[in-house]
Design a binder for this molecule. Sequence first.
Ligand code: NAD
Ligand code: UDP
Length: 319
Amino acid sequence: MKRILVTGGAGFIGSHLCKRLLDEGNEVICLDNYFTGSKENIIPLMDNPYFELIRHDVTIPFMIEVDEIYNLACPASPVHYQYNSIKTIKTSVMGAINMLGLAKRVKAKVLQASTSEVYGDPEIHPQPESYWGNVNPIGPRSCYDEGKRCAETLFMDYHHQNNVDVKIVRIFNTYGPNMNPDDGRVVSNFIMQALKGEDITIFGDGHQTRSFQYVDDLVEGMMRLMSTENFTGPVNIGNQNEFTMLELAEVILELTGSSSKLVFRDLPRDDPKQRQPDTSLAKKHLDGWEPKIELREGLAHTIAYFEKHLQGKNGYRRT
Ligand code: NAD
Ligand code: UDP
């Protein structure tokens, strides 16, 4: 049995990761400040005696004896990470320093949840890990993009200078149950709007693209990365099937049977025009990893989750 720390464990991805790690017989310590996460996401895990929950902010050092650290703490939705941009960059940079310092001291493996946003508004398509990106360093998305880029630098520097066993995963747009319904990201927005019969808000002309992966595929990829020997990444984990926001809206309308209308809103500044992962490195180094759950299937699970939420049947989740 390994003892594993998951920062940001009460968030959307973190809660799925904690569950998988417990299911595989590990002891899990979830650390979160509940900025965007919620206790409701992890209440189903609380009965497990090998699960521990700690309210803590990663910008403050934290001491514990663990074998592995998954560093996920950071708001991920543009609405939330721009709410307090200074705090966002502190979370990425100081959180990375604190988790790397801890990993160095207790000789733990440490995995950083990085992002496709390190590629910015990419000029190369699809994006391989060798692409250095096209990021505006002073725009509204910079606190997140540059914070994550700096965290990657810190991870590689601790690896080279202090021999820390690091792993970096570049996560592409991920969706699934436990997303915060008020998160502001496109999948949760469109599903909630469709279910409530409200207008579907398309930003810009809706021709910008994203490649959406279901959370279970990501968790599998992250755990495979953690178990690798002599491989640090960065490695892209994402689904290669690319959709315009108009296509996404159409599928969601069809699956929900909703008659919501599409309305067009201004495109946020620096919104990337396209995004698709090149996943050949993941396939090569992560034991043939590839996504298994396609959009319609993943959306059906997610819609069912949000339906329950609206009916007040998601356990303790409050609106
Ligand atoms: P989320 O907002 O649901 O989860 C983030 C969690 O971190 C929340 O529980 C939040 O309360 C916690 N947190 C934030 N700041 C903290 C701090 N200072 N100290 C302690 N905890 C803090 O988002 P998510 O989608 O689950 O994302 C998890 C990670 O994956 C993030 O690092 C994000 O950047 C990365 N990522 C996510 C996506 C995606 O599509 N979901 C894509 C790329 C990268
Ligand atoms: N988007 C949209 N309507 C919404 C929310 C988002 O059209 O209600 C668009 C947004 O402009 C972007 C895409 O959907 O082009 C994905 O946005 P999200 O915030 O989910 O993720 P990110 O931009 O970080 O990939």
